[in-house]
Ligand binder design. Sequence first.
Ligand code: PLP
Length: 347
Amino acid sequence: MIVERHEFSSDNVAPICPEAWAALEEANTHYAPSYGEDRWTARACDRVREIFEIDCDVYFVFTGTVANALALAQLCKSFQSVICHRHSHIQTDECGAPEFFTGGSKLLLVGGEDGKIDTGQVEALLNRQNEPHSHKPGAISISQATEFGTVYSRDVIAEVADLARTHQLFLHMDGARFANAIASLNCAPKAITWEAGVDVLCFGGTKNGAAVGEFVIFFDKKISREFDYRAKQAGHLGSKMRFLAASWLGLLTGDAWLRNAQHANDAARRLADGLRKEAGIKNVFSVEANAVFVSMEERLASGLHARGWRFYKFIEPDVYRLMCSWATTDRAISDFVGDVSSISLNK
Ligand SMILES: *Cc1c(COP(=O)(O)O)cnc(C)c1O
């Protein structure tokens, strides 16, 4: 029984989902080999190959930050650079982990509407910078879904991939909310990854309902060479890896990962609709995954906080993020909308 909270601060504040929990319990009834030599790890990796319809190389790590940082370190030498959106997680929220693990790769920032990189700006950057005094571009990184709860279409990903290929760059996808993007686009996972030209995907489970653990997926096995050593050196070869794998297995068996993502996306859409219709508050970005961004007066935000609602300001001066998860209830949505209306009316 989950004790409901007034929670919209993130999708990782939600509990472990029932399917992942059951799989953990099942894994906990056995002794098993350590360091990923167990059958849960093997099955989870096989299931990833099935879902992506390709014989890819799959690794478990503990956080999304290290998944991104190690993946980029695999793609780039220290004198190379990574092109990403100025509001990407690797730029704003990873404490320099990509720069640290690559041994110095510079992040080159571009803009673009709705948290998506502008390919024109990427192209301009590539045409300008490429000589020993600056640095050598090595990869482009995109987030799917983006930091602003929007989703790249298949065509735009293919366009970015084209650009990457033309300039001999790798394409990295930060998929901390990849499941939400798949649920939103309703497409095969391969359609927006390897088929479109993505080389490496960091596939997040934590925000989807797993206990802990993210995948680093290399679609081309030539690229993943010795990644096992890199992950171990960074301290990400879990000795009880079966428990990372088991919780993932709970998500990936029987499509709980997609149902969880769909639920979170639907909740966000209903929340946005409710806020617009009942309180006249419009979302700032289009709601394509599980996040709703709204601008609020300070008085309204602090009134909601005073009533126990948890969420925070994402963009200065006044844009707040409301994040839904697999566990968000109709009740939480209607209570929140009700509180917004009543505080707004109470001028
Ligand atoms: C949450 C998140 C991550 C990873 O976060 P960790 O807290 O390190 O697990 C990476 N990218 C994006 C876009 C995220 O939202």
